[in-house]
Design a protein around this ligand. Structure first.
Ligand code: IVH
Length: 693
C-alpha cells in the first residue's frame, strides 16, 4: 500500500510536470526554469522508485529508458493516412486553380458564396498517427504506405512535445495526426555534435527526424531534439466532432497538443493567395523548414462531400514555395584572393535555380571544409540557399559519384596566386592558404597601402580609405613605391582633391621617407608581424639586410619570435616580388638611421625589470628605453619571474613585494652600472649582485 500522502504527491507531481510541458510546447510560454523542472522530475523518480507499483505508462518519468525493440511492428491504419496533392505553380494562380477545382467538384456556380478555407504550414518532417485511449497515449505509428505503418511508440514517448496524457475532458478513443520534425537550430547543433564526435552528419532536418523516429533503441531517439505539430485526425471514437477543421485544431490545442500558431481561416482564392504571400515573407524567420503551405476546406461536411481520389483528398492541397535545396553539378573548384591574401576556394556550379535565384558559385571556405564534406570536382552536390543567406554546398550525392575521383588539394592546384603569381603557403596553425605577395599582389593592394600609410607605420597623413580606393582603381598607384613617384598632377585629377590637400599629401609622403627601421618593417605588412615584433626585429638585427637574409632558426633567436612568426617572415622575404618592392622603396629614398644592433645574447637579454617610485634623474620612459635597448623587458608588476626591481623615492607596494619574493632591488645608479656593463657585453653581472642576477 502506498501511503495516501505519497500517492497524492505522486499525482500532483505528474500533473505539475505535464502542465510545465504543456506550457513549454503547446502554449510556448515556459512557466519554470529547467532546473526547477529537473528538481520536480527527480522527486517523482525517487517516489516511483520507492513505490514501483505506482508507475503508470503515462508518467512523465516513462518517456526515457524504454527497452530497445528487435524490429518495428506493423500497424494497420483503420482510417488511412492520406497524402496531399501538390500545386507546383508557386504563384497566386496556384491557389485559384485549387479553388476552381473545389467549386466544380461541389457543383457551386459563380453565384454561390466564397468557400472558407484554413491555411496551414506544410511542415517538412515525418507524418505520425498518435492513438489515445481513455486519454493515454497507447500507440504511435508512422504513415508507411498510408494503409500500414510502423509502430514507433517507444521512440515517440521520448518526444516531450507529445502529450502522454490528454488535458481536460478526454474521449474514449482519439487518433491525432501530425508532423514530427526538427527545428533548424537544433539540427545545426546536432550536426555540430556529430562532427565533434567524428560521426556522420545529417543532410537536412527531415532526414534527421525520420531517422530518429525509426530507431530500434529509444535512448538514441531521446538524444535527438525532436518536436511536433498536430494538424488532423484519424479514428475519433466517441469524440463529438466540431463543424469545421479550424475548430478541430483549436480543440486539439485544448487537449494539450502543440498546434502551429500560423494557421488562419480565410475566404476564397484571394484569401488563400494572401496567406501564401504572408507565410512566404516570414519563411526565413521561422525556426523550422517548410516547403509550402497547405489549404484545407474548413467545413467538415463539405470535406465529406468532396471525398478523395487515390489517397489524395479533394479538399486539401499543398501550395509550394520555391525549393531551398537543389541538386547540381560541381564543375570545378576555383579560388578567390581576398584583401589579406587569403585564398578562398569557390565552387563553380552548373547553374541551378534554388531559393528564388540562379546559383553558379558558392564559397567553400577552406581546404578543411572541402575535406570534411568530401567534395570532389565532378560530383553531384546538394546546394542550399535559404532567404538572403549565401548559397551553400551542403554535401555530395555519393550515390551518383562514379569511381573515386581525386581529392581536391588547394596547394597542389594553386601553388601560385592566380592574381599575382606569388607563392601560396599555408602556415601550420592556419586553416587558410595565403598569397605571399603582400606588397605586390593586386588583390591585396588597397589593404597593403592603407597599412603602409598607417599612423604607426610610415605615418602618411591624409592617405585614407577613399583616396586609396581612387588611387588604386585609377591605376595610379600599384605598390607603395608608386606613392613616392606621385606628382601634383596625378593627384589634382582625383575627385575632391583640391590642390591644397594634394600638396599636403605630397608633403606627408615626402616626410615619411625619413623613418625608423621598426616602422619600416611594420609597414611591410608581414603576416603576424605587429608593431611590437617589428621593434624587436629592428633591435635584434639593427639593419634590414640582416633581417631579410635571416633563416627561420636565426629569426627564432629574436625574443618572442616563435616558429609561426619566423615562418611568416621567411616566406615574405622568400617571395621575389616583395624583395623587389622593398629594394625599390630604398631606391626611392626611404631611409632610417642604422640601429646599433643590440645583442640579444648580452647578459641582460631577456631579463625582466620592474620600475617603481621616482628615479632621481631618469624619467620612466627614459629608463624603459635604456633597459629595452639592451634586450631586456620592463614589466608592470613584480612576480617570481622578475629579475630586478629598480626603486626610486616613494616606492610602494612593488618594493614590498620584491622584498617578500627575494627579488634583487637596485637604484638608478646601480641600474646605470648594470646597463654600462651589459653594453660592453659579457661582463659578470653576477659579481655585482650575487646569485639573484
Ligand atoms: S494533412 C489531408 N497538413 O504532408 C491529408 N499534412 O503529402 C493529410 N504535411 O505525409 C495530411 N504539413 O506529413 C497535412 N499542415 C499539414 C501538413 C501535412 C505537412 C505532410 C504530411 C503528409 C504529407 C502529405
Amino acid at each position: 500500500m502506498i501511503p495516501a500522502a505519497d500517492a497524492a504527491r505522486i499525482a500532483a507531481l505528474r500533473a505539475e510536470l505535464e502542465g510545465h510541458n504543456r506550457a513549454y510546447y503547446v502554449l510556448d510560454a515556459p512557466t519554470v526554469p529547467d532546473a526547477e523542472f529537473d528538481r520536480l522530475f527527480r522527486e517523482l523518480q525517487a517516489l516511483e522508485a520507492r513505490y514501483p507499483e505506482s508507475v503508470t505508462s503515462d508518467s512523465p518519468t516513462q518517456r526515457v529508458g524504454g527497452a530497445p525493440v528487435s524490429e518495428l511492428a506493423s500497424v494497420r491504419h483503420k482510417v488511412p493516412m492520406l497524402s496531399i496533392r501538390t500545386e507546383t505553380d508557386t504563384t497566386a494562380a496556384g491557389a485559384a486553380h485549387f479553388d476552381t477545382r473545389v467549386r466544380n467538384a461541389l457543383g457551386w456556380g459563380p453565384e454561390a458564396p466564397a468557400i472558407e478555407y484554413v491555411g496551414e504550414l506544410k511542415f517538412d518532417g515525418l507524418a505520425i498517427s498518435l492513438r489515445y485511449e481513455r486519454g493515454t497515449l497507447v500507440r504511435a505509428a508512422t504513415r508507411g504506405d498510408g494503409e500500414t505503418g510502423e509502430d514507433v511508440t517507444h521512440n515517440v514517448r521520448t518526444i516531450r512535445a507529445i502529450p502522454l496524457r490528454l488535458h481536460g475532458e478526454t474521449p474514449y478513443l482519439l487518433e491525432v495526426r501530425g508532423e514530427i520534425f526538427m527545428r533548424r537550430p537544433d539540427f545545426e547543433a546536432l550536426n555540430t555534435l556529430q562532427r565533434e564526435r567524428g560521426e556522420k552528419t545529417f543532410v537536412n532536418p527531415r532526414n534527421a527526424a525520420a531517422g530518429a523516429v525509426r530507431q530500434l533503441d529509444p535512448t538514441i531517439t531521446s538524444r535527438r531534439p525532436l518536436t511536433f505539430f498536430a494538424y488532423g485526425l484519424g479514428e475519433t471514437g466517441d469524440w463529438a466532432l466540431p463543424a469545421t477543421h479550424g475548430e478541430v485544431l483549436d480543440a486539439l490545442a485544448d487537449l494539450g497538443f502543440p498546434v502551429c500558431e500560423h494557421r488562419q481561416v480565410v475566404q476564397g482564392p484571394q484569401g488563400l493567395a494572401a496567406f501564401h504571400d504572408q507565410i512566404a515573407a516570414m519563411r526565413d524567420q521561422l525556426p523550422y523548414d517548410i516547403d509550402g503551405v497547405v489549404y484545407k476546406v474548413n467545413r467538415l461536411d463539405l470535406q465529406g462531400q468532396l471525398g478523395f481520389v487515390t489517397r489524395e483528398p479533394r479538399w486539401a492541397v499543398a501550395h509550394k514555395f520555391p525549393a531551398q535545396e537543389e541538386i547540381t553539378r560541381l564543375i570545378d573548384i576555383d579560388v578567390q584572393v581576398g584583401r589579406t591574401g587569403a585564398l578562398t576556394p569557390v565552387a563553380r556550379l552548373e547553374p541551378v535555380f534554388v531559393g528564388g535565384v540562379t546559383v553558379t558559385n558558392a564559397t567553400l571556405h577552406n581546404q578543411d571544409e572541402i575535406d570534411r564534406k568530401d567534395l570532389r570536382v565532378g560530383d553531384w552536390v546538394i546546394v542550399r540557399r535559404a532567404g538572403d543567406v549565401i548559397p551553400e554546398v551542403v554535401q555530395p550525392v555519393l550515390d551518383r559519384r562514379v569511381g573515386d575521383p581525386p581529392r581536391f588539394d588547394l596547394l597542389a592546384r594553386f601553388p601560385h596566386c592566380p592574381v599575382c603569381g606569388s607563392h601560396v603557403v599555408r602556415l601550420p596553425d592556419e586553416a587558410v592558404a595565403r598569397c605571399t605577395g603582400g606588397l605586390f599582389c593586386p588583390a591585396q593592394r588597397k589593404q597593403a597601402l592603407l597599412h603602409f600609410a598607417g599612423r604607426r607605420a610610415m605615418d602618411i597623413e591624409g592617405l585614407g580609405e577613399k583616396l586609396v580606393d581612387q588611387l588604386v582603381d585609377g591605376a595610379i598607384v600599384k605598390t607603395p613605391v608608386d606613392l613616392y613617384r606621385l606628382g601634383v598632377l596625378a593627384l589634382a585629377n582625383l575627385d575632391r582633391m583640391a590642390e591644397k590637400s594634394a600638396s599636403n599629401l605630397l608633403a606627408a609622403i615626402e616626410g615619411s621617407r625619413k623613418t625608423t627601421l621598426a616602422r619600416f618593417i611594420f609597414a611591410l605588412g608581414i603576416r603576424n608581424v605587429g608593431e611590437a615584433t617589428a621593434k624587436d626585429l629592428a633591435r635584434h638585427f639593427g639593419n634590414l639586410d640582416g633581417l631579410m637574409s635571416a633563416d627561420e632558426t636565426a629569426l627564432q633567436a629574436v625574443p618572442d619570435v616563435g616558429p609561426v612568426v619566423a615562418a611568416s617572415i621567411a616566406q615574405f622575404f622568400a617571395e621575389p616580388h616583395n624583395v623587389e618592392v622593398v629594394e625599390q622603396l630604398r631606391a626611392a629614398g626611404v631611409t632610417w638611421p642604422e640601429e646599433a644592433a643590440r645583442s640579444t645574447d648580452g647578459v641582460l637579454a631577456g631579463k625582466t625589470f620592474v620600475l617603481t617610485g621616482t628615479l632621481p634623474s631618469l624619467s620612466r620612459d627614459e629608463a624603459k628605453g635604456l633597459i629595452e635597448d639592451v634586450g631586456a623587458k620592463v614589466s608592470g608588476s613584480v612576480s617570481k619571474k622578475t629579475d630586478f626591481v629598480v626603486a626610486g623615492s616613494d616606492a610602494g607596494s612593488k618594493l614590498e613585494k620584491a622584498r617578500q619574493l627575494g627579488v634583487t632591488v637596485i637604484d638608478e645608479a646601480q641600474l646605470r652600472v648594470l646597463l654600462a656593463e651589459a653594453g660592453t657585453s659579457g661582463s659578470p653581472v653576477q659579481d655585482l649582485f650575487g646569485e639573484n642576477a
